[in-house]
Design a protein around this ligand. Structure first.
Ligand SMILES: [Zn+2]
Length: 160
């Protein structure tokens, strides 16, 4: 039996273990760890994109602190940086690293929640308009049948 190096602290059989960067994980932790790694890389790339420099030691410490102490995912830290620089159009001073993130984290969450809600509303409107279209079709059929009936009446009238 092998203990997982991830979050679960559980034992697994050798054939249930996945290796990543020299450590051993169960499938669930492996997926999380690998995803975290991808997100951390994306965050570092974003930092480099903002400052035109590689993240320095202070920034790496900030990232680590926000992730471990605040429990914020690397992805959400990146989204907060995006929110600050793109949505709010603010400039970040390299001297302070990503120290603005805690001040805008909640705003970022609310912003994305509002966006999601709007998207769902648009989606619902689409569904509703589809419904309307179906009803229109039925109405058209109804009108068509009515017309036919009228025409048949006319024919009958003509026959008389
Ligand atoms: Zn695990």
């Amino acid at each position: 039996m092998i203990i997982c190096d991830g979050y679960c602290n559980k034992y697994y059989n050798e054939n249930e273990i996945f290796e990543f960067k020299g450590r051993k994980y169960c499938e669930e932790c492996y997926v999380k760890i690998k995803n975290d790694d991808v997100e951390l890389q994306a965050l570092k790339n974003y930092v480099r994109h903002i400052f035109k420099y590689q993240p320095n030691k202070m920034i790496l410490n900030q990232i680590n602190k926000y992730n471990k102490e605040n429990g914020w995912s690397y992805k959400n830290i990146r989204l907060t940086l995006e929110y600050i620089t793109v949505v709010r159009g603010l400039e970040i001073n390299y001297k302070y690293g990503i120290g603005l993130v805690p001040f805008y984290y909640d705003d970022m969450i609310n912003y994305h929640k509002a966006r999601l809600k709007k998207m769902q509303e648009v989606e619902n409107t689409k569904k509703k308009s589809k419904h309307v279209n179906v009803n229109k079709k039925k109405d058209n059929m109804h009108a068509f049948n009515k017309k036919r009936m009228v025409n048949m009446d006319d024919l009958e009238d003509d026959d008389e």
